[in-house]
Design a protein around this ligand. Structure first.
Ligand SMILES: NC(=O)c1ccc[n+]([C@@H]2O[C@H](COP(=O)([O-])OP(=O)(O)OC[C@H]3O[C@@H](n4cnc5c(N)ncnc54)[C@H](OP(=O)(O)O)[C@@H]3O)[C@@H](O)[C@H]2O)c1
Length: 330
């Protein structure tokens, strides 16, 4: 079978497409014929050895996939050949076939196409866990999303609206903000590209306060860098700041700000949550499928590529050009 492989650390140009042996299903496993893989920022990081997980090489990138079961191993219950499933193994998905633990697979609802199924679990799972379990949002609160037109960002925008929040989208360009407004955001802020000087940081803080009538209840930060501190400065009393990701760099924060606002800085690690709190994770997935069935959330896919074009797809995220989801189709 064909596979996109990382054989040396580096950018998308270091990836190769190679013929490798087909996988077989061990006990408790299924083999899935991959139909779609969505691209996520961890793909950009993992191939450069910049991610918290460093698989032994050669490995295939690709955090999440959707496909059809073609083989069922011993001791597998509840799955059959021909079933449509999605999964988020973290890496290894940019291949024609993949062996997965059956327990890590979710049946795909009939009405959900493969490209949307491959774009569902990681983005909505992360943003839902962040808003529901980590920020404990309540309807009527305000939410500012940094990087709102990205994968997890746009999921946070849609989920914020579905949860009754007033959502302000923050992005680096007007066309990204326009996409967020089309997807339901109540207001949008265009911020400059890095580096931001003190005046620009103050301006961003003031823009957030103006958009929320004085201060914001919850910040969803999937960007980091120079954007973090001004967002914390715009928080309300007892606000919550969700630490989700750092494409713009890992920021430092003056801790006196948390005292002055009596606010919480809350870490979000969805992958670890799925393993440490499987019951709550299962509940969350059921809620997300119900929201999808109701039309409250829907992956917004802007670009589709072939397996051979996977390096180009990853480059799109790396160069900050992606809007919504980018998907590789097989
Ligand atoms: N904590 C968790 O459990 C969890 C789970 C999933 C993902 N994540 C993390 O969340 C972050 C976003 O992931 P994603 O898949 O949604 O990525 P994405 O689709 O590429 O979105 C990232 C956004 O970050 C902004 N950005 C700012 N500086 C950037 C830079 N130098 N390069 C690229 N983008 C930059 C961009 O928005 P603007 O141009 O509008 O600023 C972009 O839309 C990543 O750091 C990822 O590792 C965390």
């Amino acid at each position: 079978m064909r596979a996109i492989l990382s054989t040396d650390p580096g950018g998308p140009d270091t990836l190769t497409i190679e013929e490798i042996a087909d996988p077989t299903a061990g006990p408790g496993q299924v083999v899935v014929d991959v139909k779609a893989v969505s691209v996520n920022f961890p793909d950009v990081l993992i191939i450069q050895d910049l991610y918290q997980v460093k698989p032994p090489r050669p490995f295939s990138p690709g955090c999440e996939l959707a496909g059809v079961i073609s083989e069922v191993g011993d001791d597998v219950h509840g799955f059959s050949v021909g079933d449509r499933v999605l999964a988020a193994p973290g890496h290894g998905a940019m291949v024609e076939r993949i062996a997965l633990d059956a327990s890590a697979c979710q049946p795909i609802p009939d009405e959900m196409p493969f490209d949307e199924a491959a774009s569902f679990l990681l983005t909505y799972g992360t943003s839902h866990h962040a808003l529901k379990n980590r920020a404990n949002v309540t309807a009527g609160e305000s939410l500012f999303v940094l990087g709102a037109a990205g994968g997890v960002g746009l999921a946070a925008v849609q989920l914020g609206k579905a949860m009754g929040l007033r959502v302000i989208a923050g992005c680096s360009s007007q066309d990204k903000v326009d996409l967020c407004l089309d997807q339901g955001a109540d207001a949008g802020i265009v911020y400059p590209r890095q580096p931001l000087d003190r005046d620009q940081q103050k301006a961003l803080s003031n823009q957030i306060k103006e958009a929320t009538g004085g201060g914001v209840d919850v910040v969803y930060d999937a960007v980091g860098g120079d954007y973090t501190e001004p967002s914390v400065r715009a928080l309300n009393w007892e606000g919550r700041f969700l630490v989700v990701g750092f494409p713009a760099g890992i920021p430092k924060l003056p801790l006196n700000l948390t005292l002055l606002k009596s606010c919480d800085v809350v870490g979000v690690f969805w992958g670890a949550f799925t393993m440490m709190q499987p019951k709550q994770h299962a509940e969350n997935i059921s809620e997300l499928f119900a929201m999808y069935a109701d039309g409250a959330i829907k992956p917004f896919i802007t670009d589709r590529y072939s397996l051979d074009e996977a390096p180009t797809a990853i480059r799109q995220l790396m160069e900050r050009r992606a809007k919504g989801k980018v998907v590789v189709l097989l």
